[in-house]
Design a protein around this ligand. Structure first.
Ligand code: ZN
Ligand code: ZN
Ligand code: ZN
Length: 144
């Protein structure tokens, strides 16, 4: 994680930004809650307990900046709020999300499984695929 913070500092510096305590606290919160897909409001509540003086607008801007730098990615589960997760891969393809329509549970599927489809699209559409966001809607083991 130390190397990660170092590379993050470099990325911010390249763009003329500093790793301020607020930015650090925001990112720490996302790292500590990896796999939870926190919403902007949830992140704000948690960051506030570490940096009581921080405002929602600062957290909002920080998330946008980290998203721009591809350190985190924004995900939308069609539940009316923006959620974020850490970008754990550099050039790798994003994992898929299974979303339960009944209880809202989100399960991550780490395997890509899209190779055949990607190959087909790249060939037929003359398009180079670098990533994808796939959501499957259905019912989890408890709700089905
Ligand atoms: Zn893929
Ligand atoms: Zn469920
Ligand atoms: Zn995820």
């Amino acid at each position: 994680m130390k190397d990660f913070m170092e590379s993050l500092k470099d990325k911010l510096k390249e763009k003329g930004y500093k790793l301020t305590p607020q930015r650090r606290a925001t990112l720490d919160t996302i790292i500590e809650n990896q796999g939870k897909h926190l919403s902007t409001e949830e992140i704000y509540d948690m960051v506030k307990s570490k940096c009581p003086e921080i405002g929602l607008a600062t957290v909002y801007r920080t998330l946008q900046l980290l998203d721009e730098l591809e350190i985190i990615s924004k995900i939308n589960f069609d539940d009316g709020c923006s959620r974020y997760e850490l970008n754990t891969h550099e050039d790798d393809h994003q994992h898929h999300h299974l979303i339960c329509l009944n209880c809202g549970l989100v399960i991550e599927v780490e395997v890509d499984l899209m190779e055949a489809l990607e190959e087909e699209i790249e060939k037929n559409c003359d398009f180079k695929i670098s990533d994808h966001k796939v959501k499957f809607f259905g019912y989890c083991s408890k709700c089905k």
